[in-house]
Design a binder for this molecule. Structure first.
Ligand SMILES: [Zn+2]
Length: 258
């Protein structure tokens, strides 16, 4: 059976409170060898670490999301740093810029991002990056000298081909979600353009459920639908795609011990 790593899920969300254990079991039965559950604020980061402690298949990322970054007390960043030292915390994330919701001023978002990248560098952890409508500023941040040796992923990639080309010139990985399976998706050429060596798989559960399950809550087991679509675009077998993207995930997330 093919093996996948779901590099982006939010299994701490209360949408999974009723059946979290079953969702994880379902993922394992569907070839998911590892799931990174991602914190969006301090409490959610703590829950992510608790879940990673409880389930062998689960790993965590900790961080403050750009929509949650206004008025964060300094102390919270110290706790994020403490959490990040946990053996099952594989990345700092999700962090980034969100100019669509704009819940904090741009300068605040940038400062919170930069501060968290310094935690990542200190602990030699990669970044999991969220970017919504902030292409130019985000590129400027990740292309700075201070991040020249820091690795990471631009999750749920959005942007055009020119932007993709610019990101591919950096060392960052790219991941696409279930939205590439939508009938009206105009992202096929982006998947085609991204070398498979730079790709990661993700679901972004509980969001962005792939076709043919659109409308349902997303869960890691559904990664197979996105993987199938990418394999089809790349004209390789799904087994090969699983193998390469799992190797990529293990390369990027050095603490991902699967
Ligand atoms: Zn997310």
């Amino acid at each position: 059976m093919e093996l996948f790593v779901d590099t982006h899920a939010h299994l701490d969300f209360d949408l999974f409170d009723e059946d979290r254990e079953i969702v994880i079991q379902h993922a394992i039965e569907n070839g998911v060898a590892g799931i990174i559950t991602i914190g969006v604020d301090l409490e959610s980061s703590k829950r992510a670490v608790d879940l990673a402690e409880k389930y062998a298949t689960l790993f965590a990322a900790v961080g403050i999301h750009p929509t949650e970054c206004s008025d964060v007390p300094d102390r919270d960043f110290d706790v994020i740093e403490e959490l990040a030292r946990h053996e099952k915390v594989v990345a700092i994330g999700e962090i980034g810029l969100d100019y669509y919701h704009m819940r904090a001023p741009k300068e605040v978002q940038k400062n919170v991002f930069i501060y968290q990248t310094s935690i990542a560098q200190q602990l030699d952890l990669p970044l999991i990056i969220h970017n919504r409508d902030a292409h130019a500023d985000l590129l400027e941040l990740i292309a700075t000298n201070s991040l020249a040796k820091t690795e990471g992923v631009l999750h749920s990639f959005s942007g055009d081909e020119a932007y993709l080309e610019q990101i591919l010139e950096t060392q960052f990985f790219i991941s696409f979600t279930g939205n590439i399976t939508f009938k009206n998706s105009k992202m096929e050429h982006l998947v085609k353009k991204t070398p498979v060596e730079r790709l990661l798989l993700e679901t972004d559960s509980p969001f962005l459920t792939p076709a043919p399950l659109r409308g349902k809550r997303n869960e890691p087991a559904f990664i197979v639908h996105t993987a199938k679509k990418i394999a089809e675009i790349k004209q390789i077998s799904i087994e090969e795609l699983g193998q390469i993207t799992t190797d990529n995930a293990k390369h990027l997330f050095k603490k991902l011990n699967i």
